[in-house]
Design a protein around this ligand. Structure first.
Ligand code: F6P
Length: 549
């Protein structure tokens, strides 16, 4: 058995879980009128209510003891100190330096990285302002109106999610931002349709600058531009790049003054704070981007200094551990009641599942406990009319995060009040449900015969005890969004520390990439199909038999 399972803290939690079985949220709320005050906290513009989880003060004390026992504080300090905590890639994990708004030095191998970070930020400001003001024009002197970010994974999801989330914070010089990620040519073709090459700027965003999808899209975008403007030299004014691989960017033909560097101590899924955020700076303005950084930094300071039992990311992480490891709940829903946050679940999918979807611990052993959950979600209220049926009455219990802003960005009639009402009502329905007896009373009061009411009541009953957290933002601003993203990053970090896994590598994406290379050769007719398994070979043969192959 692993150290984790054998630890005193884990055993105490297992015993506590057994003793707690049968305890309901109705009972917990009934017994403690101060439950909301006890199980909630504020950090800046974010308020977390976690009272609708099956926890008591003892549960939280035991979970915090587990975090302490697993060295969460030590791991946290090691990250901020630039230690090489990404051990399988032998790298520090220092995305917090990118949003460090203090004058604290952030060392990597004894050298402060802050001067380099500030220098890139300042170059981003100069460039984004030049594009936005029309000083940096296209090749034929026309103003840039559209920016196309070409990247995938962390080089796409972060800037895309932020640009969508903060559309309403763009000033009048708003440029249209587009994001092309999929190697499926539909994505590029449909994006370029209607764009004017004279007015389009491409940002090739790739940490490695070798990613197949990004390089393929970038080459096709380049060809489109050159064909449209009939001049190879146009590339210089219509392309910028963001990468740690500066050599490869120049090989692609991107002018050095349009290359924005970041560093290998920034993980792909943690990179939106780096120059990968260039599309954000151009679309929304550098001031907005810096406000986002400031929000992330505020959450870093909270995470770094607050005691574990009053530390928002730690609490979210521990609630996750409680559900995943002690209630066997392997799925987690993120439900933003905010249309602007419609890409947040997709962003968090990469953040959480690429970070903690692991089964080998830091000592190279297979774990004997569950790790990261299957994370998914959609904005409310849409989800209510789709998958909430399962959340309320299905056989799986899915812990959920509800995210909503107290104050909406627009003032259109009662829309925002209705949104808030729905959000709160859903958490209430999930937690407290409706008993069969209550359903019976309701049906009878509607004039139903006793027999009909008895028959229908089980369908109308809701079991309740479906846990959720509510994250209430004052308003959705660049600052509060920055804090929200950093909150989730640190949550994932804490869980990884407790599970003793490296949350910063992603070897699980490699095999598919390798195999795709081989299958591609077969589809192109450059390699025999014999080496493929029978299923893949059969499918490849079918595809190759189609006209045009
Ligand atoms: O395939 C996974 C991954 O390496 C992610 O971790 C990363 O965000 C994405 O690919 C894109 O990588 P790059 O920025 O190097 O193109």
């Amino acid at each position: 058995m692993s150290d984790l399972i054998e630890s005193t803290a884990w055993r105490a939690l297992s015993a506590h879980r057994a003793a707690q079985s049968g305890v309901t949220l109705r009972a917990l709320f009934g017994a403690d009128p101060k439950r909301f005050e006890t199980f909630s906290l504020r950090s800046g513009a974010l308020f977390l209510d976690y009272s609708k989880h099956p926890i008591t003060r003892e549960t939280m004390a035991l979970l915090v003891a587990l975090a302490r026992d697993r060295g969460v504080e030590r791991w946290r300090d090691a990250m901020f100190d630039g230690e090489r905590i990404n051990h399988t890639e032998d790298r520090p994990v220092l995305h917090v330096a990118l949003r460090n708004r203090s004058d604290r030095a952030m060392p990597v191998d004894g050298r402060d990285v802050m001067p380099a970070v500030r220098s890139v930020l300042s170059r981003m400001r100069t460039f984004s302002e030049a594009v936005r003001s029309g000083v940096a024009t296209g090749h034929t002197g026309e103003r840039i109106t559209d920016v196309v970010n070409i990247g995938i994974g962390g080089s796409d999801l972060g800037p895309l999610m932020v640009c969508e989330a903060l559309r309403h914070h763009a000033d009048p010089q708003h440029l249209r931002a587009h994001f092309v990620s999929n190697v499926d040519d539909t994505h590029l073709v449909e994006t370029l349709r209607g764009l004017d090459a004279h007015r389009t700027l491409f940002i090739v965003a790739s940490k490695t600058f070798t990613t197949q999808e990004t390089m393929t899209n970038a080459a096709s975008a380049r060809a489109w531009l050159v064909a449209s403007l009939r001049d190879e030299r146009a590339v210089a004014q219509h392309f910028a790049a963001v990468s740690t691989n500066v050599k490869a960017t120049s090989a692609f033909g991107i002018a050095p003054e349009r290359v924005f560097e970041f560093w290998d101590w920034v993980g792909g899924r943690y990179s939106l704070w780096s120059a990968i955020g260039l599309a954000i700076a151009i679309a929304l303005g550098m001031d907005r981007f810096e406000e986002l950084l400031a929000g992330g930094h505020a959450m870093d300071e909270h995470f770094r200094t607050a005691p574990l039992d009053a530390n928002m990311p730690v609490i979210l992480a521990l609630l996750g551990i409680w559900h995943i490891n002690f209630h066997d709940r392997g799925s987690h829903a993120v439900l933003p009641y905010d249309q602007y946050l419609h890409r947040l679940p997709a962003f968090l999918q990469q953040l959480d599942m690429e970070s903690n979807g692991k089964r080998i611990d830091r000592a190279g052993r297979e774990v004997d406990y569950a790790t990261g959950p299957v994370l998914w979600g959609e904005p409310g209220t849409n989800g209510q009319h789709a998958f909430f049926q399962l959340l309320h009455q299905g056989t799986h219990v899915v812990p959920a995060d509800f995210i909503v802003a107290a104050e909406g960005p627009h003032r259109l009639g009662v829309h925002h009040q209705l949104l808030l009402a729905n959000c709160l009502a859903q958490t209430q329905a999930l937690a407290f449900g409706k008993t069969t007896a209550e359903a019976l009373v309701e049906l009878r009061s509607q004039g139903m015969t006793d027999a009909a009411a008895q028959a229908l009541a089980p369908y109308k009953a809701f079991p309740g005890d479906r846990p959720s957290s509510t994250i209430l933002l004052d308003r959705l601003t660049p600052h509060s969004l920055g804090a929200l993203i950093a909150l989730y990053e640190h949550k994932v970090f804490v869980q990884g520390a407790i599970w003793n896994i490296d949350s910063f590598d992603q070897w699980g994406v490699e095999l598919g990439k390798q195999l795709a290379g081989r299958v591609f050769e077969v589809l192109e007719g450059r390699a025999p199909a014999d080496a493929l398994d029978a299923s893949t070979r059969g499918l490849a043969a079918l595809i190759r038999s189609r006209p045009g192959h």
